[in-house]
Design a protein around this ligand. Structure first.
Ligand code: PEP
Ligand code: MG
Length: 323
């Protein structure tokens, strides 16, 4: 099996009917990039920048961040690198950033909510990213976007910092795509409206599933409700992909679901453009996709979207794809 995978290491990801998708990796540090390249990744679909902020006694400086972003971009050359701005809060705490205790941290003051209020922290990160942008193919995305206002505010701050840097004489790339993570149901539902303003979507199913099913992703007692194949999830994912395509934008996925062998045929059929997963899942996924017909998977779309349970979906996919 390993040999079969290895043959596809330097190949594009193509279905039996000649349709291409992009297989990229989730990373947490510049050191992870080697694994992406060794596993045939076509870029980075999610760089979780939290690690720069964690396990330290103070906020990382602009310079420290700049070096990390530059390193990732340089190592990947022309390949796309999607960097997610700080997604702290929820389960991830920072000892030096004193935040009031909350009853429901996952529904609380985290990610973009914190960044818009503490825009000093946000601006430092954005400046580091903008300065690094000339070293590769950078795309920036904001986490936990629940309203268009949040996206507009975040984008406005980004553009402000860009203007400042340019007037200070720094070089900044002129074609940085600006997108959002779709991980809150409200955003998935009105993806049409978002698609007019964002450059791309990346669906964060880890959180999208927990918020849609109202089942804490860390709580074993309710893990039976954490159902990636639930038709409600598939309908939201489909809505996001259709919305993106209606506006000529691309849609990716960076939650665990993107590397799952039952989900992959479904997502291929729904027209997902980019699949971001752990580096070690890339070659198995490329091998699987090389044996699937995108048109055939697409022909199951209406049937899948109108199913009633996750079990029904799973059984159907297993039968159609011999798993
Ligand atoms: C997600 O929510 O699917 C995601 C990719 O982000 P994280 O797992 O870091 O919350
Ligand atoms: Mg998330």
């Amino acid at each position: 099996q390993k040999k079969e995978w290895a043959k596809l290491k330097n190949e594009p990801t193509k279905s039996t009917d000649g349709q291409f998708v992009e297989l990229v990796a989730n990373i947490g540090t510049p050191e992870d990039v080697k694994g992406v390249i060794d596993n045939g990744g076509e870029g980075v679909g999610l760089y979780r920048t939290e690690f720069l902020y964690m396990g330290k006694s103070e906020l990382p400086t602009e310079e420290e961040q700049f070096e990390a972003y530059k390193s990732v971009l340089e190592q990947l050359g022309d390949h796309p690198v999607v960097v997610r701005t700080l997604d702290i809060g929820g389960d991830k705490e920072l000892s030096y950033l004193k935040l009031p205790e909350e009853m429901n941290p996952f529904l609380g003051f985290r990610a973009i909510r914190l960044c818009l209020e503490r825009d000093d922290i946000f601006r430092t990160q954005l400046r580091a990213l903008l300065r690094a942008s000339v070293y590769g193919n950078l795309k920036i995305m904001f986490p936990m976007i629940a309203t268009l206002d949040e996206f507009r505010q975040a984008k406005a701050i980004l553009l402000e910092e860009k203007d400042k840097l340019v007037s200070e004489g720094s070089k900044v790339s002129d074609d940085i795509e600006i997108g959002i993570m779709v991980e809150i149901p409200s955003t998935a539902v009105i993806a049409r409206q978002f698609a007019k303003e964002v450059d791309f979507f990346s669906i964060g199913t880890n959180d999208l599933i927990q918020y849609t099913m109202a089942a804490d992703r860390m709580n074993e007692r309710v893990s039976y409700l954490y159902q990636p194949y639930h038709p409600a999830i598939l309908n939201l994912v489909n809505n996001v992909i259709e919305a993106a395509h209606a506006e000529g934008k691309w849609a990716g996925m960076c939650g665990e679901m993107a590397g799952d062998s039952i989900a992959i045929p479904i997502l291929l059929g729904l027209g997902l453009d980019e699949f971001s997963m752990s580096a070690t899942s890339i070659l198995p996924a490329r091998t699987q996709i090389s044996k699937l017909s995108k048109a055939e998977m697409a022909s199951f779309k209406d049937q899948l979207l109108s199913m009633s349970t996750a079990d029904e979906v799973e059984a159907f996919v297993r039968e159609k794809t011999n798993q």
